[in-house]
Ligand binder design. Structure first.
Ligand SMILES: [Cu+2]
Length: 298
């Protein structure tokens, strides 16, 4: 029988098996957490659909890697100290007592401060970038929130009535906001009554809509698709039903959509003409039920 490698205490070393068990445990943890591979690579960060969400993803991944590196270093030092300085046969009952080690004390103080400063710096940089707005965005959308729906206006796109092209939600119809991909889209938010919050979960972004205090922000959408939008500020009875849909389309289709709207077509008619009957209305959520006895969210 081949002789087995043993440590100093005579216990057989089973490093290979230990590594395999750890890897298996890691995989099991990922599976139990319901993570797919992409999500695991992003350390759980959701996949956003805007350029801005990619910057936030970068910050999250980098700071998680930095935290893991610090963790590995600290755990390594801890386990090294535990193993290297463990009590051996013949050692005195109480080890040598060390009271103060100035260089280590200074390191304890400076290292966390340094970590906080670095994290703060990169957070401030990304936050500033995410909040950045172009002086001349490709598209400007006015967002008006009211109890309990949304009105979206395409600034400078005049309809047949001479007013801006608008899409308004009602209890019968979810407002579908059509936007182009690859273009800078600026939202200017105002509220007619109470504080609401414009939130598209796939943008990984929300911003409060406050009466008397216009807010704004900008995104560049990276992929076509239908993304549900919600109100993220408790605003009253039908707050949980105050939904909308962002329909991101190619710039060409966006221009066709605007032309149709300018010609006087309603939002559903324009959408049906461009994307077919199935896409006439919102597909990510449905109109809210005005029956006050129904308490389910949509
Ligand atoms: Cu609201």
């Amino acid at each position: 029988m081949a002789s087995q490698k043993r440590d100093r205490a005579g216990v057989p070393v089973r490093r290979g098996r230990a590594v395999l068990s750890l890897a298996g445990l890691g995989l099991l943890a990922l599976a139990l957490a319901g993570c797919d591979q992409g999500q695991a690579m992003r350390f759980g960060w959701p996949a956003g659909v805007t350029v801005q969400s990619q910057w936030m993803l970068r910050l999250w991944v980098d700071s998680t890697i930095a935290a893991l590196a610090v963790g590995v270093l600290v755990w390594g030092l801890m386990f090294w100290a535990i193993i290297a300085y463990r009590r051996r046969a013949g050692d005195p009952e109480i080890p040598v007592q060390t009271k103060l080690n100035l260089p280590i004390e200074i390191l304890y103080t400076i290292a966390p401060l340094l970590i906080v400063v670095v994290l703060f710096y990169y957070t401030a940089v990304v936050e500033t970038d995410v909040n950045k707005e172009d002086a001349n965005p490709d598209v400007t959308i006015s967002v008006v929130a009211f109890k309990w729906n949304w009105r979206f206006g395409y600034n400078d796109q005049r309809g047949q009535d001479g007013h801006d092209v608008e899409t308004v939600g009602s209890s019968d119809q979810i407002p579908v906001l059509v936007l182009p991909t690859g273009k800078t889209v600026k939202f200017i938010e105002t509220s007619e009554d109470v504080i609401h919050s414009f939130w598209v979960p796939d943008f990984l972004f929300k911003r409060d809509v406050i009466p008397g205090h216009p807010n704004s922000f900008q995104v560049t959408i990276t992929q076509t698709g239908n993304f549900v939008g919600r109100c993220a500020e408790l605003c009253g009875t039908y707050h949980s039903n105050m939904n909308f849909e962002v329909r991101a389309v190619s710039p060409t289709m966006y221009q066709q959509y605007l032309t149709l709207r300018e010609q006087g077509l309603s939002n559903p008619d324009a959408l049906e003409k461009l994307q077919g009957k199935a896409m006439r209305y919102a597909v990510t959520t449905h109109p809210f039920n005005t029956d006050r006895r129904d308490t389910s969210a949509s």
